[in-house]
Write a protein that binds this ligand. Structure first.
Ligand SMILES: [Zn+2]
Length: 373
């Protein structure tokens, strides 16, 4: 997927193209999920990310490593201050970029504040500041409220992305599953499919939808905290009681549930076994405590379980074949819900994620007028 001349190839084209990175928190106990040096890598997230990246490098990790300072978690972008750096550090965003590189990151991610819905002044300030930064080795984070993907707002977002010459990393934010609506999924597909230097990070299985539809790369969070950002003035809402156990991916259903919920639903029948490099055939009903070890193992499973999907996706030629593979993969999962709900003898079964239904059912040519064909 060329973008720009050969002399202008960016870090994403050389190193990150087609990768689905693991997004991890530097705050929590590290886990040891395998990092595929050919297809994956890590975005370490949060204030101690530099230390963790240096540690991974020290242990011989040769996969791409990035640092997301995640300023958008606590700060809004404003027309005056689109990028957030600590006030005791001179040098502003350029200092932050140098610090990430010095820590061993392959490229620097800007400390962009959260861009609130329809805050066009803040979005334009991000563009104005971004164009002053070196292009190579800098990824401009765009932590956007998902309302920017509404039909009424999308054109402004699209033009802003086009005006930034760097690789852009879109970070969708909102409550619950913020991009489960058909129109927002289709607009995100248009963005990554029309511009060839847009990534989608800190997201869930939408990372695969993005890469299948032309994103330069993507990153999937290994925990619920890193699969969705929420605006800085809000707390994340949960659709069920927080039972303290980690959320785990149920690969057959392509959905996340708390470990305790999975164990309870499969209490009367054989729980599914997982062949990922973390589980090695063990069942998924074992994530039932709130211990650090249980949570670390759950995070390792969450990223390891999707590695085979990524290999299968990339085995397809970029373009229609990848989109068709992804849609078929989602349709197979969708078709399993009735059987699974009947077998586990649960009154409410498993709810089908809204995004999965869209990925599995929207016709592939729905975005062809925007250059997806
Ligand atoms: Zn597993």
């Amino acid at each position: 997927m060329p973008f720009g001349s050969a002399a202008e190839q960016s870090i994403a084209d050389r190193l990150l193209l087609d990768r689905v990175l693991q997004q991890r928190s530097a705050h929590w106990k590290p886990h040891d999920a395998a990092i595929d040096p050919e297809r994956s890598g890590v975005i370490m997230t949060g204030p101690r990310a530099g230390t963790r990246v240096a540690d991974l490098r020290g242990r011989g990790c040769v996969a791409p490593l990035l640092i997301d300072p995640a300023a958008y978690i606590r700060h809004k972008a404003t027309a005056e201050t689109p990028f957030i750096v600590p006030t005791d550090r001179l040098g502003g965003v350029e200092w932050e970029i140098c610090a990430q590189r010095n820590a061993g990151a392959d490229a620097a991610i800007t400390p962009t504040g959260h861009i609130a819905a329809d805050d066009t002044a803040a979005l334009r300030a991000v563009v104005r500041k971004a164009v002053t930064l070196d292009r190579d080795g800098v990824i401009v984070a765009l932590p956007i409220h998902t309302d920017w993907l509404r039909p009424a707002s999308f054109d402004v977002l699209f033009e802003a992305c086009r005006a930034i010459p760097h690789v852009k990393a879109v970070i969708p934010s909102g409550q619950f599953d913020p991009i489960a609506l058909t129109s927002r999924i289709q607009n995100l597909r248009r963005l990554v499919g029309t511009l060839d230097d847009v990534a989608v990070i800190r997201t869930d299985l939408a990372a695969f939808d993005a890469v299948a539809h032309g994103a330069v790369f993507a990153a999937i969070g290994d925990s619920s905290f890193l699969r969705h950002a929420v605006p800085p003035d809000q707390r994340a809402w949960r659709s069920s009681l927080d039972d303290g156990t980690p959320d785990i991916l149920v690969p057959l259903l392509m959905r996340y549930n708390s470990g305790l919920e999975v164990a309870e639903r499969y209490a009367a029948v054989e729980p599914p076994r997982c062949a990922c490099s973390t589980c090695l055939g063990r069942d998924l009903a074992r994530f039932t405590t709130d211990s650090k070890d249980c949570k670390a193992e759950a995070r390792a499973h969450n990223v390891a379980a999707v590695a085979p999907w990524h290999a299968e996706l990339l085995a397809e030629p970029a373009g229609h074949s990848r989109r068709r593979w992804w849609r078929h993969h989602c349709a197979l999962a969708l078709a399993r819900y009735d059987d699974v709900s009947r077998n586990i003898n649960s009154l409410d079964g498993f709810r089908i994620p809204g995004a999965l239904r869209v990925w599995a059912t929207v016709p592939l040519d729905a975005g062809s007028s925007f250059g997806l064909g």
